[in-house]
Design a protein around this ligand. Structure first.
Ligand code: SF4
Ligand code: SF4
Length: 392
């Protein structure tokens, strides 16, 4: 999967208490976005051509007749591309998003024959029926940022007004069109005690997937007391997760799902998800490349730009700095822990290779609770859960 994220604006109509964005008045032009899409198309075409050459050489060497030439000029590409739109609030740039989706659908999708997936995480306020119809037509996955019971105290608009009522309405709208709508919930330490109430609210609304992440950075302070509250809330969430995944029922808490799936598949925790400096590029409003969302606007992490190309040496250098912390080398759960996630580490500690005490404790908590849930749920009668966990 080739992943391209376009930062279409730095602006936002919200002013969340934990937000680390600077909200400058900068937006991406269509020319910049088009160049990024063209570059993605070129890379995909190049890879496909290289793969075909290797295939042909292999066939000749094995004495197998070469395949006949294609009947038309189109070069069919097996792989997929994912284009994500990021902000600020990406829907402030709805017209640009439509242009980019239509353009990439015509070029990468139709000319190249690749499957293009689109993804937008939005605060929901600017969603309307018109854009939802467009999202349906082009298979855009919409995820909603919503902090549940902590929405009003934490996620205000730029005038300082509460936003929950409006976002709840948008959640209903989204669910009526996309029953699989994903919620992206961020936990602010001051409101850690509302996590289970929020999860119950989402379940009652009909949501079936919630991702939970912890707010980090200089604007929040995770004290030991806050973490204790979070731990007891996550115990309650684990009990709900067990209850709502019995029989044919399904309810995904993404951090639990990831830990269970990766254990079953025997995959290292960071490899399949973290594409830092490897398979994933992010283009900022001004055309600069970054290896990951977290580093947007941090000049020392910029890795080239659309005009001069990706700075491969810089990416290699960043990747080389993403080394395993000493303290983790002997840890029994190291293969299931995100301790080499450069973005999380940098967000919490300012270093790519240093895990915060919070992150370490959170990983241990999530792995313990995920294992508890798995030991209860992996039974023949819980068909939906078992099928989901063991699917390829
Ligand atoms: S909605 Fe997102 S970008 Fe906007 S202020 Fe909140 S966290 Fe920041
Ligand atoms: S749980 Fe803590 S010590 Fe173990 S690998 Fe993760 S961060 Fe390192």
């Amino acid at each position: 999967m080739h992943r391209l994220t376009l930062v279409v604006t730095h602006q936002c109509n919200f002013d969340c208490d934990y937000c680390l964005q600077c909200h400058e008045d900068k937006a991406m032009s269509f020319e910049t976005a088009k160049t990024a899409v063209d570059e993605l198309q070129t890379r995909m075409l190049f890879e496909q051509t290289a793969a075909s050459t290797v295939h042909l050489q292999g066939a000749v060497m094995a004495g197998v007749p070469a395949p006949t030439a294609p009947q038309n000029n189109s070069c069919r590409v097996d792989n997929q591309a994912q284009i994500s739109f990021y902000g600020g609030e990406p829907l402030l740039q709805k017209d640009l998003i439509r242009q980019v989706v239509n353009y990439s659908y015509a070029t990468i999708g139709q000319e190249l024959g690749a499957k293009v997936l689109y993804e937008i995480t939005t605060n929901g306020t600017l969603l309307d029926e018109d854009f939802i119809e467009f999202a349906k037509k082009r298979n855009i996955l919409l995820a909603l940022s919503h902090d549940g019971a902590a929405q009003d105290p934490v996620r205000h608009d730029r005038g300082g007004n509460p936003t929950r009522e409006k976002v709840d309405e948008k959640l209903d709208l989204m669910l009526s069109h996309f029953p699989g709508t994903i919620i992206m919930m961020t936990v602010h330490p001051k409101y850690a005690g509302t996590v289970s109430e929020s999860i119950r609210f989402f379940h009652e609304k009909g949501v079936r997937t919630v991702n939970i992440t912890l707010a980090h950075g200089g604007r929040v302070d995770w004290t030991d007391e806050c973490f204790e509250v979070l731990s007891s809330e996550m115990e309650k969430v684990e009990a709900m997760y067990e209850e709502w995944n019995r029989g044919e029922e399904q309810f995904r808490i993404v951090p639990f799902e990831n830990k269970i799936r990766r254990f079953i598949c025997q995959k290292d925790a960071d490899n399949p998800t973290c594409h830092f400096g490897r398979k994933k590029v992010m283009v900022d409003v001004d055309g600069k490349y970054y290896p990951c969302n977290h580093f947007i606007g941090k000049e020392e992490f910029a890795a080239g730009d659309l005009a001069s190309g990706i700075d491969v040496a810089k990416l290699r250098d960043l990747e080389a700095r993403r080394i395993e912390p000493e303290d983790c080398k002997e840890c029994a759960i190291r293969s299931r822990c995100h301790h080499t996630c450069a973005c999380a580490n940098h967000g919490h500690t300012g270093c790519l290779d240093k895990v915060s005490a919070l992150q370490c404790e959170y990983e241990k908590l999530i792995i313990r609770l995920a294992d508890k849930a798995a030991s209860e749920l992996i039974r023949p009668e819980n068909t939906a859960f078992v099928e989901r966990m063991y699917k390829e």
